[in-house]
Write a protein that binds this ligand. Structure first.
Ligand SMILES: Nc1nc2c(ncn2[C@@H]2O[C@H](COP(=O)(O)O)[C@@H](O)[C@H]2O)c(=O)[nH]1
Ligand code: MN
Length: 240
């Protein structure tokens, strides 16, 4: 899991506080419990699945309802966590950069990623799972981070029907964690994070910017899904 907080500047030198975090594994643990139940159910029903990992629940059954309830709980927990972390982060920034005075954000964006939601698409109520994606309905604000050395974007959704009103939740990996550690050196990490106050040791070599796809290309490829509202560059990045 990759969690981070950043102090960023936009192209007008306005300060943005960004954080990326989810349910901190509890959502995953709950999912594993429900996946085991789905596998057992498939076995008991004698369902021949192409792969055991394709085990599923049928909407409306008690098992589905229990899964859905836990999923919603994990999402609420993740949002609450982000709110708490952001409040503390803001307080620290106010203390050190604003002479202790409370500041008022011009824009607040808090979006889920890796989650599921019940929505209407093409006239039908459906369950949409966004894995590595965020919602980009018209007027939805979203955050698309690049890497610990690249630009990140604040976006507004265009409500593109054929993407089920979604966009990417980041640049995405170009290299696996292991590959990145084999390909790059500590000197590369220092070079690629020049100007960013962040960890510069082999413990974060798998997070080197070169391990991620070029964010500008990713944004160009999804220009029909979102419009760019702000372009951010981090000055501080703390990995959790
Ligand atoms: N601004 C930063 N962006 C980062 C950092 N580490 C990763 N990323 C980008 O975020 C997405 C989402 O991360 P994930 O771990 O949930 O997949 C990822 O695809 C990268 O593009 C960072 O330290 N700062
Ligand atoms: Mn994530």
């Amino acid at each position: 899991m990759n969690h981070f907080i950043e102090v960023c500047l936009d192209t007008e030198n306005q300060v943005w506080l960004m954080l990326h975090s989810g349910s901190r594994n509890i959502g995953n643990m709950l999912a594993q419990c429900h996946i085991s139940t789905a596998k057992e159910l498939a076995k008991m029903a004698g369902n021949k699945l192409a792969d055991p990992d394709l085990a599923y629940f049928v909407a409306g059954t008690p098992e589905f309802q229990a899964y859905w309830r836990d999923l919603q709980w994990a999402q609420d927990y993740a949002r609450f966590n982000r709110n708490v972390m952001m409040a503390r982060f803001k307080h620290i920034i106010e203390k050190h950069l604003a002479g202790g005075k409370a500041t008022k954000p011009l824009l607040e964006v808090n979006c889920h990623h890796n989650y599921a939601e019940k929505e209407v698409h093409f006239g039908e109520e459906v369950y949409v799972t966004r894995k590595g994606a965020v919602r980009a309905q018209q007027e939805d604000y979203g955050i698309i981070p690049g890497s610990m050395g690249a630009i990140s974007y604040i976006v507004k959704g265009k409500g593109h029907a054929h993407s089920f009103c979604s966009c990417s939740h980041g640049a995405g990996r170009l290299l696996s964690r292991n590959k990145a550690k084999n390909v790059y050196t500590l000197d590369d990490l220092i070079e690629q994070t020049k100007g960013v106050e962040c960890r510069k040791d082999t413990g974060v070599l798998d997070e080197i910017p070169g391990a991620y796809k070029p964010i500008d290309q990713v944004m160009e490829n999804q220009s029909d899904l979102v419009e760019i509202v702000a372009t951010l560059k981090q000055v501080v990045c703390v990995k959790g």
